[in-house]
Design a protein around this ligand. Structure first.
Ligand code: ANZ
Length: 923
């Protein structure tokens, strides 16, 4: 009998026995309900797993293990997101090939996951970089293509002119290349996209039904960014009128008499005035606004610097404006959309020299270009209303443009229908009344939006429109280590899909796969790969871009349902059985991209009749981060700090040599780059896998941050030690036949008070623990699940002290022993099996049925107490068993029926017969 928790003596043994028994192989062929528990599959990194990763995998493992015991068929697979930039970059840095590298890293992950007892069914493991897998990634690409959901168009990439390479967005830091600090440029090349925008509405509305954290749903909603508004046309105002008027110092006015004084044209345009005018007549652009109600407050309009109309418009304005616009356009090219929209960034822009007409009142407004208007959103042009939009207000302030308030906050409109005019402030609220808006004055914002929308639609100059912030998903990467895009171009450059028989289009195994200097994929250099036969037999060239890693991870959860099917990506019935994933667990950093892309693919596959579900992940949970104390030193003069840091990161080794007053310890996310990683290996070695597991569960709520302390693992080893001790002490009383005996005994004892208090209390504690542990595991409240086990362990000790050997005690103790071990099993599976065996019980705990909760046994006992007033029975009240005399008296006096008989009387005496009767003597 093991008296202590000595994990080294049993962990390897159980691991081996589990493997030999195929304990974690998925069962499919029964009528039991299914449960699909899934962790985000990781990219295998050379650093291996940290205890931070384990905080993701252990809780999912607890759920899956509990579900198996509760009678579910459980699918709990693991695989590797092996294609993609991180693996490729690491292979380049290590001067090795990413293929074998990801396999060896993956094997190390598996070893570590096994070490901490995660119950994955490894027979279902997939690597997204295996041809058997990516054949089907290509197959889905082709499906999207056939449905018009994959297309190629010119798009910009981040280009570092010094390194001569394309950079991913995350490799651009503040507009500079992460490697060499050179300013990154935009380069336009044809690239592949998936048309996720076609699914924007469904991706939005189906969020409502998902059991996901609210924060993640909100981030997806914002990312999709649905806006209802109006898109309308703005015509360019004839410039000649404008120039003559401006020169005469007259603003605004007539735009119909363009020919008033052609000789006023001051710059030396080669074109005749008439030509200019006729070109202008045909020029217009569209703006998108969510606040059409504010149209009378438009004092200027703004185009994005990339707006295509500028090409036609700029030749019509004078040289000076042309130059300014050109210079501004060049400058804007260097900034990313994120940089351009950064809050607190001072507004910049230039006047184009041209004007447009506000269709609502015919007034002319100057056209500016500014980078706060994005080319990729709405129409890339806005009507600017500085009275009601913060950004426009800032811009107007900076460039001295007019501000006209047209919405008065409710309550500020006076008797005369006028609101106090202010040009000093912005009112961006919608709870207002229109002013300065002609016939629309007095309307509410809602009314005005409705009627202006109708008016524009009636005249054919605009229409109500829904716009999304979501962009199509750019999938092309000009890199080697990814899934080849299965497209071939014929001599004329027409694109054709590889036939299904030609799939997979295999990634050639080459030595030199580093990014090429011209921005094209390194595959471009490999003639054997590039030269291909088109499906119609002629000579063609292969597409050499590969797909970004998000394609591979958008369907792996389906492959797990049928991982080695050579003929199909998955069998429909199998996927139907397992999908959706019942519980998907991973970090919140994937809130948008991965989760949105996977939802999109699932919907497309659903529309094709290939899967039975519209949504892949029914329940999503995000674990909290693990932080580790990390050494920093005080910065020296002129040293720049990382964002959010107050010191310079140093290694643990360096920290030893830094004087105390210069050294600072800070909590930082555990990561290889910070050098503060604690591995599961060292924790297992020191304290055992179960102590680590229990600590990870107990240390904080599942989604809370953890400040890592290895000592905490030590405390959990002590807790497990107490479990071993308790089981050893009680094992002498263990009766393996307790189940039948206890039932007979319990049903025979109609008056349970004849059973010993110890036995009753212990059974009550047992069933309360079953209830609490079952519910807590289901709610992802693992910390309180472990706390409940600790309480239960104390109750067992209490009950033992209170009366072993009394009637029923041995049976209650035997039940408690089994229950304790089984409730512990999902959290500490090695220990549970060791203890189970030590009681002489057969099989693995994993194969036992989860203890069943009996509410009657769990209920606190209540006794009926007769209440008399002056010797006459007036009521019977129920009180908790073991209530004190004072409690009985209070319960008796609280009875309404008793109170009636006490009215107007004085209580002289109260006689209590414990557990039976209260007699109140009153006169
Ligand atoms: C006039 C106006 C007045 C606006 C007002 C807002 C408030 P959401 O809700 O995010 O869709 N806008 C339109 N296209 C833009 C672009 N390409 N780049 C930057 N801003 C753009 O925002 C829609 C609003 O953002 C639009 O409504 C437009 O400004 C601006 F009191 O038009 B609004």
């Amino acid at each position: 009998m093991p008296e202590r928790y000595e994990p080294k003596t049993f962990e390897a043994k159980w691991k081996q026995r589990w493997d030999e028994a195929g304990l974690f192989l998925t069962q499919e062929d029964s009528d039991r309900p299914k449960f699909y528990g899934l962790d985000f599959f990781p990219y295998p990194s050379g650093a291996g797993l940290s205890v931070g990763h384990a905080r993701n995998y252990v809780p999912t493992d607890v759920i899956c293990r509990a579900k198996v015991m509760q009678g579910y068929n459980v699918l709990h697979p693991m695989g590797f997101d092996a294609f993609g930039l991180p693996a490729e970059n690491e292979a380049i840095a290590k001067k090795t090939h990413p293929g074998p590298m990801v396999k060896s890293y993956g094997a190390n992950y598996k070893r570590q996951m096994d070490l901490i007892g995660i119950s994955y069914d490894w027979s279902r493991c997939v690597y997204s970089s295996d041809p058997e897998y990516y054949k089907w990634t290509q197959w889905i690409f082709e499906l999207l293509y056939k449905k018009g959901l994959a297309y190629r168009k010119l798009a910009s990439v981040n280009w570092c002119p010094k390194d001569a390479t394309v950079l991913a967005d995350e490799e651009v830091e503040g507009g500079l290349c992460w490697r060499c600090g050179t300013a990154v440029e935009k380069k336009w090349i044809p690239q592949w996209f998936f048309k996720i925008t076609a699914y924007a509405d469904r991706l939005l509305s189906d969020l409502d039904e998902l059991n996901w954290p609210d924060g993640i749903k909100e981030m997806q909603r914002n990312w999709i960014g649905r806006s209802e508004g109006v898109e309308f046309e703005m015509r360019i105002a004839p410039s000649l009128v404008l120039r003559s008027e401006t020169e005469e110092g007259v603003g605004g006015g007539d735009n119909g008499s363009a020919l008033s004084d052609p000789s006023d044209q001051s710059d030396a345009s080669a074109e005749s005035d008439l030509q200019v005018i006729s070109k202008e007549r045909h020029l217009s652009f569209r703006v998108f606004t969510t606040r059409i109600d504010t149209i009378f407050g438009m004092t200027f309009c703004v185009l994005s610097p990339e707006h295509p109309i500028l090409e036609n418009l700029m030749p019509l304005v004078d040289e000076e404006h042309r130059k300014a616009v050109k210079a501004y356009q060049d400058q804007a090219k260097r900034l990313s959309d994120t940089d351009r929209q950064a809050v607190n960034r001072e507004k910049t822009g230039v006047f184009t020299g041209a004007y447009a007409v506000n269709p609502a009142n015919g007034e002319k407004v100057p056209i500016w270009i500014a980078d706060y208007v994005l080319a990729s959103y709405g129409t890339g042009a806005i009507m600017a209303v500085p009275g009601h939009d913060e950004r426009d207000f800032e811009f107007a302030r900076k460039f001295g443009l007019g501000v006209v308030p047209v919405i008065a906050p409710v309550g500020q409109v006076g008797q005369d229908g006028q609101a106090p005019r202010t040009t000093q402030d912005v009112f961006s609220g919608k709870d207002g009344i229109l002013i300065n808006s002609g016939e629309y004055d007095g309307m509410t914002v809602k009314e005005a939006q409705e009627s202006l929308g109708q008016w524009m639609e009636g005249l054919g100059i605009g229409e109500r429109k829904v716009t999304y912030r979501l962009r199509d998903w750019l999938i092309s990467r000009q890199r080697y280590w990814g899934c080849p895009i299965p497209v071939i171009y014929d001599k004329e450059g027409h694109e054709m899909l590889a036939t299904e028989g030609q799939l997979p289009v295999e990634l050639p195994d080459v030595e030199n796969y580093e990014p090429s200097g011209d921005g094209s994929s390194p595959l471009n250099r490999i003639e054997e790969f590039v030269n291909a036969t088109t499906p119609d037999g002629s000579l063609g060239r292969r597409e050499t871009d590969t797909m970004g890693g998000f394609a591979c991870s958008s369907w792996y959860f389906l492959r797990f349902c049928d991982p080695s099917n050579p003929n199909k990506p998955w069998d429909f019935e199998k996927a139907k059985y397992w999908m959706p994933v019942d519980c998907y667990v991973g970090g919140a950093e994937h809130a948008v991209m991965h989760l949105l892309y996977a939802r999109f693919w699932t919907k497309v596959l659903y529309d094709e009749g290939l899967v039975s579900v519209k949504e892949p992940f029914q329940r999503l949970m995000n674990q909290g981060q693990v932080l580790a104390l990390t050494p920093y030193r005080k910065p020296r003069e002129g040293e720049t700090l990382e964002v959010g840091a107050d010191g310079i990161l140093v290694s643990f080794e360096e920290a030893k040599g830094i004087p105390k007053d210069q050294l600072m310890w800070r909590w930082a996310r555990m990561s290889k780059s910070k050098g503060n990683v604690v591995t599961p290996d060292e924790m297992v070695d020191q304290y055992g896998a179960d102590a680590l597991r229990v600590h990870l569960l107990f240390v904080a709520p599942f989604d809370g941050e953890v400040q890592w302390s290895s000592d905490g693992v030590g405390s959990m080893a002590k807790f497990l030690n107490r479990v071993f001790k308790a089981v050893t002490e009680l094992s002498g009383s263990f009766d393996s036949d307790w189940r039948t005996k206890i039932q007979t005994l319990w049903s025979d004892q109609s008056d349970k008070s004849d059973l010993s208090d110890g036995a009753r209390n212990l059974r009550r504690a047992t069933h309360q623990a079953i209830k609490k542990c079952t519910e807590d595991i289901d709610r992802f409240a693992f910390n309180t699940y472990i706390a409940a086990l600790m309480t239960y362990l104390n109750s067992i000790a209490d009950a033992q002290r209170a009366g072993a050997n009394a009637p029923g005690w041995r049976l209650a103790a035997s039940e408690a022993l089994e229950t304790l071990i089984l409730l512990l099993a999902p959290a500490a599976p090695f220990s549970a099996d060791e203890l189970w065996e030590s009681l002489g019980l057969r099989g693995f705990t994993h194969q036992q049925a989860w203890p069943v909760f009996d509410p009657e046994i769990a209920a606190e006992d209540v006794w009926p107490i007769a209440v008399q007033v002056n010797g006459k029975l007036r009521d019977t009240v129920m009180v908790p068993a073991g209530s004190s005399n004072q409690e009985l008296e209070a319960a008796a006096k609280a009875s309404a029926k008793v109170q009636v008989h006490l009215e107007g009387k004085e209580v002289k005496k109260v006689i209590v017969v414990p557990g039976k009767l209260v007699n109140i003597v009153a006169v």
